[in-house]
Design a protein around this ligand. Structure first.
Ligand code: ZN
Length: 132
């Protein structure tokens, strides 16, 4: 089963917690034991798992990615968002989480984040659940 989660980013760069939406998709799928795939069909966004308790971590991550992959004078891409493309590839367009007893198996402090690197934009996240 496939589910599309619509995400509206409000900033140039931000991490948006989509754990609840992914949980809902898993519940609706009816899969009890299997794998949940989360995929972002964008080239300037990504998806990751990280701490869901302290919002300061997200602030620090955005700052760290800006430092690691800033806008560079040597970039040639006419759209002017090469830093976002670099960050997208660094983080990755997909992840997977094990489903057990109908629930996502996440660590106590883990949350699933949509990573915006070239917002604000309307975005999509695709979720697929597989039994097995
Ligand atoms: Zn571009």
């Amino acid at each position: 089963m496939n589910t599309t989660i619509n995400v509206k980013s409000l900033k140039k760069a931000e991490f948006i917690d989509i754990t609840r939406d992914v949980r809902s998709a898993v519940m609706e799928s009816g899969v009890k034991d299997g794998v949940c795939y989360v995929f972002v069909p964008h080239t300037t966004a990504a998806v990751t798992i990280n701490e869901g308790a302290d919002p300061a971590v997200l602030h620090d991550m955005v700052g760290a990615f800006d430092k690691i992959a800033p806008d560079e004078p040597f970039f040639k891409h006419a759209e002017g968002n090469s830093d976002a493309h670099v960050k997208s590839s660094m983080v990755g367009a997909s992840l997977h989480v094990i489903i057990s007893r109908g629930e996502l198996v996440l660590g106590t402090w883990q949350a699933i984040y949509f990573c915006e690197f070239d917002g604000p934009r309307q975005r999509k996240v695709l979720v697929k659940t597989v039994e097995g």
